[in-house]
Ligand binder design. Sequence first.
Ligand code: NPG
Length: 369
Amino acid sequence: MDIKSVEIRSIELPLVRPFRTSFGTQHHRELLLLEVTSRDGGSGWSECVAMSEPLYSPEYTSGCQDVLERFLLPALFQKRDIRAEEVAEILKPFLGHQMAKAALETAILDAQLKDEGISFGSYLGSSRELINCGVSVGIANSIDELIAEVGLYVSEGYRRIKLKIEPGWDIEPVRIVRDIWPSIPLQVDANQAYTRADYGHLSGLDPYDLLLIEQPLDEHDVLGHAELARVIGTPVCLDESITSFEAARDALALKATTIINIKPGRVGGYLESVKIHDLCVENDIAVWCGGMLETGIGRAANIALASLPGFTLPGDTSASSRYFHRDITTPFVMNDGQLRVPQGPGIGVAIDYDFIEEITSTRKVISAP
Ligand code: NPG
């Protein structure tokens, strides 16, 4: 596409309930929305999944806005008529900033696919129309609150439960949830909250038949994860450590992970995600699609990705109602624990422009020279 301009907005949406993890509690989802407009009138949307503070990853919303404006957009504007497949290579000289890069590539891909009349799913290699949904449950204030929240999600039909854990909130909540729901697929996510001193403690999760433990150690401690994987029974799954195809390849070679969580923002986009998916399929490694409290715009593309054949485990791809009272697109409604992959061109969902307008705190249009 021949880019005319890119609009970057900051929006803030209240969450239906606070979401507590080992790296903090979210009450709202603040994020950037990008709309890329082409000279022939087409447009494409994306969301940048970075959080307001660099607590999950080094990126954060205002940092993303800055790198987009100062470096990434000027680099793209140097070339007329860009295809989404070229974006990563053009942006490669700028190190890191996967979430900002992913947002730019995704908006361009949306515009390109809308123009060509192709859905994200078909383009990425979707193999089914419905995906199985999991749900991520934050650290609760009490065991009673935890049971109530898990009970709500189980009654709504979610096919897998993920519990956030941290030191002091791990074996006991897992034991109780497993006791009440003996056959529900269950997994835990530590977001790097443990150290190499905790291997013995984490083996205390072994009796509870967990699908996996996600990112127990520091994101840079890949060898630590390999050591842990040798001494605990629960399969180890990496999230924060997998920031690229190369990181995934090396973690697999080191046997630091036997399952991979793919988050397109964390790895620099949907095209890199497909490369990681293909690598995992070749190596017989299960993958699942992570979530970062996306609005309907990011969710639509994630659901398309989660319909690729290697995504054999339910993802953190929940219904819109899990996050927001009102979404910024037609809401994703779960039926029998599944969501339907959008079939329309591009991300394939209708955008609620009026609502976006209402919740926009800042907006800036950056025009190509
Ligand atoms: O359903 O989108 C969701 C949330 C899933 O737990 C979830 N995400 O560490 O994977 C994570 C966590 C997260 C949320 C990470 C927000 C970063 C930001």
